[in-house]
Design a protein around this ligand. Structure first.
Ligand code: ZN
Length: 551
């Protein structure tokens, strides 16, 4: 398969309040895609950022009695800090209120749509939810309240710039129904097609400066208006690529490389902002004469302890990803998000579930496997084991794994009774690839997990300690078999390290060190993931749980 060039993005959250575990879900999903594609040799750029220009930020700053600039600076840096806490690998992080690339790009998009005749002034009256930053029709409101926030929508009447969305209904329908713009899961594609079929109305693309409290990007040539925050925010996907650089198109190498010429342009978004990404944004791009995203993956929401996630919780809140990662480690948090959240449907988070999943899988399942295999290798072979052949590419991800063994599974150095384990190892890379191609993170994580389970079963089935005893009693055949069994198990552990890396980069690094030959032998056994003990419920202050550092 030839390497692809892939541009991946998360949405950029409003920074009016702190990050919660729903943000972590999207960031981790996008990170897994980025790492997976990098690992298989694709060129990847992963983009994230913050949406600073919302009226919500102005109101939040007023409530705190600080300037809007101060609020967005403080909160945006907290979002940027998730990179380290969650072991994320985004290549770029744009802030819409301060990044010098952003405003020129938004203005360029505006000019392009204007030149195409799609922006016009109109007096408008409607019901607006500041929480959503969007107008709602009376049909969409529930007793006058926003369907998303449950708060009353405000009556707004003013003259604004409008974008001629109605003009693009036919093209959008064709592009989406043909799959040229692929929306996953299919239920979300159908939802968008239904929305388009219901008729697209032109939308307000600006606000009066007064209503925006002077915060935001001025409409080019009309200082009385500020560009609608969603227009501004959606633009980040191209402004971060220097779309606005040089009126003559100079210095737009990033835009050409990662947007125009990329094989895939993939947005990872939450269900609440589907309409903006699958209708408004493609229409703006069509109007501006620019390529559309190729794929939009839509995740559902998380609840916490059966309730909608509150954004205004305290510092030890059980949905704060920084507190969770600090207390339980990024591996445990990532693993719950990847292993337990289904591709379709909301999922309920609790600290107890996170701990249970981490202890069952990472401490008992994987941790125990690595510890047993390395301990057996030391007890019976002084740490010197020659691993059986592994799939091509495995050794690249292992520390000091240059054991001279040819890559590729076909070499017939596997024990005859390890057929199932070997077959699982052989099929895993393709299963993970297929699962992630359909954005099924849980299925991808389960595929890797199958190796861990098969390997643990293989230990039980072969009972290496009995083989060692027979060898000591003079049975040379038992000794040869012990070599083979240990070779199969060490190979399995090494493959797990390579395959789990996109999901759990930190734990993968520890596993790689633990089961890679260094100076001719495996390192002494040490736990890769200790059990999380005695931590109950969200009321407990974070213990400084940190997995043992890799030497
Ligand atoms: Zn709302």
């Amino acid at each position: 398969m030839t390497a692809q060039r892939i541009y991946l993005s998360t949405t950029i959250p409003y920074v009016n309040s702190r990050a919660h575990i729903g943000h972590a879900l999207e960031l981790v999903q996008a990170d897994v895609l980025a790492r997976h594609h990098r690992r298989i040799g694709d060129e990847v750029r992963l983009q994230s950022g913050t949406d600073d220009n919302s009226l919500k930020n102005v109101l939040a700053a007023e409530a705190e009695g600080i300037s809007t600039r101060e609020l967005v600076n403080r909160n945006a840096s907290a979002f940027a800090g998730l990179r380290e806490h969650l072991s994320l690998s985004f290549d770029d992080f744009i802030r819409t209120s301060s990044d010098p690339r952003h405003r020129p790009g938004v203005e360029r998009l505006w000019h392009a749509c204007q030149a195409n005749g799609d922006l016009y002034r109109k007096t408008y009256e409607g019901r607006y939810c500041i929480g959503c930053e969007q107008f709602y029709t009376d049909d969409e409101l529930a007793d006058g309240n926003c369907p998303e926030h449950g708060t009353p929508a405000q009556q707004v009447a003013e003259e604004n710039w409008f974008f001629r969305l109605s003009r693009y209904a036919g093209q959008l329908h064709d592009l989406i129904s043909s799959g040229q713009l692929r929306i996953e899961p299919a239920s979300r594609r159908n939802e968008v097609l239904g929305f388009i079929a219901g008729g697209l109305e032109d939308f307000s693309a600006s606000r009066s400066v007064a209503r925006a409290r002077g915060w935001g990007i001025a409409v080019p040539g009309d200082p009385s208006q500020v560009i609608y925050v969603w227009w501004d925010a959606l633009g980040n996907y191209v402004t971060s690529l220097n779309f606005g650089a040089g009126r003559d198109g100079a210095d737009r190498a990033d835009y050409e490389r990662w947007w125009t010429d990329a094989d895939r342009r993939v947005h990872v978004v939450g269900k609440g902002v589907l309409r903006f990404h699958a209708v408004y944004w493609p229409a703006i791009l069509l109007s501006a004469g620019q390529p559309l995203p190729t794929e939009i993956f839509v995740h559902d929401y998380l609840t916490a302890n059966g309730r909608k996630i509150s954004k205004s919780a305290g510092p030890l809140d059980s949905t704060d990803p920084v507190a969770l990662a600090t207390t339980y480690g990024a591996d445990a948090l990532r693993w719950w998000l990847l292993r337990d959240v289904p591709r379709v449907g909301d999922a309920d988070f609790s600290v107890e579930k996170l701990i249970a999943r981490a202890n069952t899988d990472l401490a008992n399942g994987l941790g125990n496997l690595i510890n047993r295999v390395v301990s057996l290798a030391h007890s019976y072979r002084n740490g010197v084991v020659r691993p059986c052949s592994r799939p091509q590419g495995t050794s690249r991800w292992l520390a000091n794994a240059a054991d001279g063994r040819p890559a590729g599974l076909p070499a017939d150095d596997w024990p005859a009774d390890a057929t199932t384990l070997r077959a699982t190892i052989a099929s895993t890379p393709a299963s993970v690839r297929a699962a992630l191609a359909r954005f099924d993170f849980r299925a991808g994580a389960s595929s890797v997990w199958e190796i861990v389970e098969q390997a643990n079963r293989y230990v039980e089935a072969t009972e290496p300690w009995h083989l060692a005893r027979a060898e000591r009693a003079g049975d040379a055949a038992a000794g040869q078999r012990l070599d083979q069994v240990l070779g199969a198990l060490v190979a399995a552990c090494q493959v797990v390290a390579a395959e789990i890396w996109p999901f759990l980069p930190d734990l993968a690094a520890r596993v790689a060190v633990a089961c890679s030959d260094c100076g001719g032998k495996l390192p002494k056994p040490r736990p890769v993931f200790p059990r999380i003990e005695g931590v109950s419920g969200p009321a407990t202050p974070p213990r400084q749980y940190r997995p043992a550092a890799v030497a």
